[in-house]
Design a binder for this molecule. Sequence first.
Ligand SMILES: [Zn+2]
Length: 343
Amino acid sequence: MRILVASLLLLVGTCSNKRHSERVSDLKASIEFNDKSSVETYLNTITENDLERHLVEIASDKYGGRMTGEDGHNQICDYIRSHYQNLELEAPVAYQDYYQRIPAVFLPENLKDSQNVIAFIEGSEFPEEYIIISAHSDHLGIEYGEIFNGADDNGSGTSAILEIAEAFKLAEKNGVRPRRSIVFLHVTAEEHGLIGSRFYTENPAFPLEFTVANLNMDMIGRVDEKHLNNPDYVYLIGSDRISTELDYIVRKANDEFAKLELDYKYNDRNDSNRYYNRSDHYNFALKNIPVIFFFNGEHSDYHKASDTIDKINFNVLKKRTQLIFATAWYIANSDNAPSKEIL
Ligand SMILES: [Zn+2]
């Protein structure tokens, strides 16, 4: 009798495993870029030169390390906003000047009023569904007379969003408007505890219930020690935790376009660094929005004045930015938003 029960259980287990593997392969097979040449056309407008032009500006001394609330950070927010105004991206209805202001009372002691910067491209078919592409714009300011330029943290992610937005806008101008809306969100006060992104998720410019994904980048311009001999990599964190489909989408985008090594080391729930909790995507994940955190790993210049532009690898920064662009393109144009289901 016991043996029979055991074999019945085994049988049941085998059947459900088979069903599971079929579901996995069906889901994988359903993810196809039908418009590969369009993606390639616009992805190729993201260049090392353009990324470098933005990053030279953002990581320069004149912005004084972009401390939340200080003049230098405010000027960088103006720089970001000017980019969107020049491109003629729209501002959210609630924030007509692209600024979501955060009064000092919401910020830790001694910080002055600050702002998130928000621009978007409205979708053609599902304009009320939103993909949020985010990066924090602030850094650590000046300590003991040393300016913390934060070229990697997070000048790299900031520059990447500016380029991704430009590529989507160019596509739109050429008649290839995304089917869903794409929001470009530059959050403040990340370095003080993910405050700008928390403020956004508590005061969303667009309904969170129709926000289908958040792609967040924080430090994507460097190569860590583990990959010195293979700089073409990126760490993905969180991509499979809320939506298996989202993880398959980024893998497919990578296979088709960027061809980086996708390193899931820091996605391990037991990893002691707990990076999943440590950048702005986390506030979206807390709202059950599928997220991906794109990250290059730590390096010896992390949170030091030596995080400077001369150490940025623009070639891999470009490839990572293109991967994020292609992933966003797929999410913006597919028939369905990524399912919040774990297979
Ligand atoms: Zn950062």
